[in-house]
Design a protein around this ligand. Structure first.
Ligand code: ACO
Length: 290
């Protein structure tokens, strides 16, 4: 049962807490299908900055209140509202890019997008900014920019080419055709889709699995996967070697050594089948994870 965290008090978003280190960031303009206003960008930017080092957060789930995930940029407030206000446009654009891409794609804990409904245009950036994504079968996605005379800007075009193949990226951005959660899963835009009635539980199941993992290892793994895409093989090999060494410095659980001892000497777990058994500083084992 999630509870609202009143220390995180915002006009356009809600922060809720679930047991086990799971935090919800909920876009909360349901009457406007969670379209992104300048205020929402400022709220999300601040919240993600704070949550990055929040000790209570091991996994972050991003979703929308009501029937929509996010209907893209708010055409009235983000576009028309700042057309003749360069300072406000600049500030909104900075915040918009900062939280949807810079902060989310570098967020130091697992991030999951739970696509509960409409997901259009600029919402693709934070969808793809999240590490993992689950959609309702009934969700409606669309690169609708072409329908009203603009291109998938910000960095949407760049985002979609990272997860969609060239034909799908071309097709959906050129036609603006909407598609559902099942198609989104089939083309790899989300990891999976489930009936809307099962969406929350399915997402929480994934979040709980990730919350049980060694957070330093998860962080270095996701950073590695994102970074090596644009490297040569030689750069990737060197980067990953340095990254592996850095993980041993950052991992206060000493997971690598604990896991090796438990597998090779104590024979109490199978790395291929699940997590090693957490130990406290005195070496006492807690419940098996994984
Ligand atoms: N910007 C501003 N207001 C919006 C947006 C948006 N992107 N999306 C929805 N709203 C508002 C509507 O204007 C309406 O406001 P009102 O009640 O004050 O009139 C309210 O949200 C509800 O919208 P409806 O259209 O009545 O809701 P419906 O459920 O019938 O349709 C849908 C939802 C399909 C999402 C529709 O609102 C829509 O097409 N929205 C625009 C989607 C889009 O193309 N987004 C922009 C992508 S491009 C970009 O992000 C750069």
């Amino acid at each position: 049962m999630a509870t609202v965290d009143t220390d995180f008090n915002y006009e356009t978003i809600k922060i809720e807490r679930e047991e086990g280190g799971i935090t919800w960031l909920i876009l909360n303009r349901p009457d406007k299908r969670n379209a992104m206003s300048p205020q929402l960008h400022a709220d999300c930017d601040d919240a993600l900055y704070r949550l990055a080092t929040d000790a209570k957060t091991r996994v972050l789930i991003l979703t929308g209140a009501g029937d929509a995930y996010c209907a893209g940029q708010d055409l009235r407030l983000f576009f028309r509202g700042t057309d003749n206000a360069p300072r406000q446009r600049f500030e909104a654009a900075q915040n918009s890019h900062s939280w949807r891409w810079s902060r989310l794609s570098k967020f130091p804990k697992t991030t999951i997008a739970m696509v509960n409904g409409f997901c259009f245009g600029g919402a693709f950036t934070h969808l793809i900014g999240c590490d993992l994504a689950i959609a309702a079968d009934e969700a409606v996605f669309g690169l609708s920019e072409v329908n009203w005379g603009i291109i998938p800007g910000g960095v949407v075009s760049w985002n979609v080419t990272q997860v969609m193949n060239q034909r799908d990226a071309m097709y959906y951005s050129m036609t603006g055709d909407p598609f559902d959660g099942k198609v989104a899963a089939k083309i790899g835009l989300v990891n999976s889709s489930v009936p809307k009635s099962e969406l929350r539980e399915e997402t929480l199941k994934l979040a709980r699995k990730m919350a049980e993992k060694n957070t330093a290892t998860v962080r270095f793994t996701k950073e590695g996967i994102r970074m090596v895409r644009d490297m040569t093989e030689a750069q990737a090999a060197d980067y990953l070697a340095a990254k592996s060494d850095a993980l041993r410095f950052h991992d206060t659980e000493g997971g690598r050594e604990v896991a090796m001892r438990q597998f090779l000497d104590e024979k109490v777990f199978r790395p291929g089948l699940g997590n090693y058994i957490r130990e406290d500083s005195a070496g006492q084992k807690s419940a098996a994870k994984g």
